[in-house]
Design a protein around this ligand. Structure first.
Ligand code: UT7
Length: 408
């Protein structure tokens, strides 16, 4: 019998059809860090498994630029046009701004004219939370294609004098396109959890409404990551196996029936401990943290992309993705892989087509901004009772009607 969680009431399922990643060029090795803080390559490798990480260099790289690059690649793989995307979710703990949402910046850069967009904050579990929302939107029929991005520039909130944290984190982004399908595959079950009583164990205390940015908050380093590593480690070693088992059960599988597990890439010791508790061979866990460190919400989609590229994912595979992090939060998703994995690079004409698409998206954005500025200058302020005010009201109504007509 098919377990209830494996059926969909309306015959719609949500599968990953595109994937992509983007990491900054700049590599920071353990040896580089040993020149800045009191640490050694030996300590970092033996306690975490991390050998190097990528960090953004200069103002031209940010959470949004990494997200946009990863998203473009995912759309290319999925062969989905920006105008076909219904929703964009960016999971991040390091958004571009408090507002607007990084997702809206991604939407504008892609020219995704029909997409809603919002950011999601659930620490390192954020990507799975976003995937769960995306899968629900697709299965319910409210969306056909959802772009889910995990993007972080943790180097911007890292205290480079704190050896307890600065050796762990890195920057990067990963993205997937979640699309509707009629066959039973894709995201079959999710498991989300939170224990807010552990909020202070992994926190950036400054810069929010509780402690807004001020001279004191900057000078005492409140805008940097503070972490109780031992407590988070203990939490992680408990929730990773528990959430993996729970989500597998919801999908109708046992842990030892899984083909691949994509865990949050925080510490290889956490992954080894989870493998032991689940009685699953550790090589079923995909690990790439030695090259990127902990990239928070980006770590799972980056690992997924690399696992696919390395030939570790095949159609029909039973996969679990599992994360944990600030909140405290945890999240897992069980997927039956549904789409073929391309064995050859995309044809040249498709590669050539996409820069043209992004050029149009850029032109679209510039023209909308320019039109808004020019229109406001000609029409003057809203609500005035002179001839410009009347003209504005009439023109606004006309524009609304034209937009509604174009949307039909
Ligand atoms: O996405 C979620 C984010 N967070 C995590 O996943 C973190 C989970 N926690 C961990 O991965 C581990 O707890 C750490 C890697 C952070 C630390 O490993 P540990 O084995 O738990 O070390 P510890 O905190 O118990 O510290 C052991 C010693 C301490 O010295 P004393 O007090 O024993 O003298 C630390 O001061 O290691 C010292 N230490 C370091 N030494 C060299 C801490 N950081 C460093 C360092 N280099 N970078």
């Amino acid at each position: 019998m098919i377990p209830p969680s494996k059926t969909s009431a309306n015959g719609r399922y949500a599968q990953i059809t595109g994937w992509g990643m983007s990491v900054p060029e700049k590599v920071l090795t353990n040896a580089d860090l040993a020149r800045v803080v009191d640490t050694t390559d030996e300590w970092i490798v033996s306690r975490t498994g991390i050998k190097e990480r990528r960090v953004v260099a200069g103002e031209r790289e940010s959470t949004a630029t990494l997200a946009i690059r990863a998203a473009r690649e995912a759309l290319l793989v999925a062969q989905v046009l920006p105008a076909q995307i219904d929703l964009i979710i960016v999971a991040t703990a390091t958004p571009e701004y408090a507002f607007p949402a990084t997702a809206s910046l991604v939407q504008d850069a892609l020219g995704a004219s029909a997409a809603g967009a919002f950011d999601l904050s659930a620490g390192c579990s954020g990507f799975i939370y976003a995937l769960s929302v995306a899968a629900s939107a697709v299965r319910s029929g409210s969306a056909d294609h959802v772009l889910v991005v995990g993007s972080e520039t943790l180097s911007r909130i890292t205290d480079w004098t704190d050896r307890n944290t600065c050796v762990l984190f890195g920057d990067g982004a990963g993205a997937v396109v979640v699309s509707a399908c009629n066959e039973r595959c894709g995201v079959l079950a999710t498991e989300l959890g939170s224990d807010g009583s552990g909020g202070d164990l992994l926190i950036v205390p400054g810069g929010g409404s509780h402690r807004p940015a001020c001279h004191e908050s900057v000078s005492d380093g409140s805008h940097f990551i503070k972490m109780n590593g031992r407590e988070v480690f203990r939490f992680a070693t408990t929730v990773v196996p528990r959430a993996t088992e729970a989500v597998a059960r919801k999908a109708g599988w046992k842990a030892d029936e899984l083909d691949i597990i994509i865990p949050h890439q925080a510490n290889v010791r956490i992954i080894e401990s989870a493998a032991k508790r689940l009685s699953v061979p550790v090589d079923k866990f995909f690990v790439n943290l030695e090259r990127y460190g902990n990239t928070s919400a980006a770590s799972i989609p980056i690992a997924l992309t690399e696992a696919i590229r390395a030939g570790r994912v095949k159609p029909g595979d039973r996969m679990v993705m599992v994360g944990f992090g600030a909140g405290l939060t945890w999240a897992a998703a069980a997927l039956e892989w549904g789409v073929p994995i391309p064995t050859r690079p995309l044809p040249w004409w498709r590669r050539l087509f996409s820069p043209v698409l992004w050029l149009f998206a850029g032109l679209r954005s510039v023209s909308i901004r320019t039109e808004r500025r020019v229109y406001n200058q000609i029409m003057g302020p809203v609500g005035k009772d002179d001839w410009r005010g009347h003209l504005r009201r009439h023109t606004d109504t006309l524009r609304r009607r034209v937009r509604a007509w174009l949307k039909r």
